[in-house]
Design a protein around this ligand. Sequence first.
Ligand code: FE2
Ligand code: FE2
Length: 269
Amino acid sequence: MSITSNPESSANEMMEAILPDPSMSTTILKIANSAFFGLPREVSTIEKAVMVLGFDEIKNIVLGKAVFNSFKQFNDENKKSIDDFWAHSFTCGLAAKILAERINLSPSEMFTAGLIHDIGKLAMLITFPSNYLHLLNTSDNSTFTSCGQELELFSICHDNVAHKILNRWLFPQQLLLAVGYHHRPLETDDSPLLPSVIQIADIISHIFFKSKGMSTLDHKAVMLNFCPEIFDFWQKLDLPCSSDEVNTWFKLLQESHDRDTAILTIFSS
Ligand SMILES: [Fe+2]
Ligand SMILES: [Fe+2]
């Protein structure tokens, strides 16, 4: 993990760390060769993948996979909740990647931030199994208000929990910021832009599952109910967020979801 957080690390150091781990190598090659990156030619070795995609892209896949591996210990009793959890998280990752492409941020970094944005919930589930499972099931992963209940019951919200974990794991600052403030982007001392992308992607992911087949929905009007201050913030920065733009995000997400679902299976295998 220290290699991925250190800006001085070289691609060679990363390759040396990845190569002995067959599961990590397989994941990287499968994802590098998927439609997700749209490479014109197949890459068959980690060296080639790093060369063609670049250090940062590979780093972001490695970090996503490392987090996935760290939270594999749930038993069958929790399976449905955990599957729903990752379906929501993965869709948030896809939405964050789309937003990043629209506003010139790193798509792979924002994908990983979206993929791992709610891991604080899994950490709380491990720490308080019965209390937190009840909260997870009753909120159906579909409300945006779980922070309020968490603060009431545990005096901490899952984005803050994730911030502490990723900090301990020496994750890059950008990911710490994006994940650690996704329910309160305007509270950070840094720029709220990265956590605002994840907050918007999070809400898009919730609406995406709730509004299946409702293509006429005015998505921006729905989203404004949940994060009006973030749309104000984006408007001030002159970032695209008109009703048409928001509808485009959902259209692109549908396409990406149809095309890229295999990636979730690769991460979880
Ligand atoms: Fe969250
Ligand atoms: Fe979420």
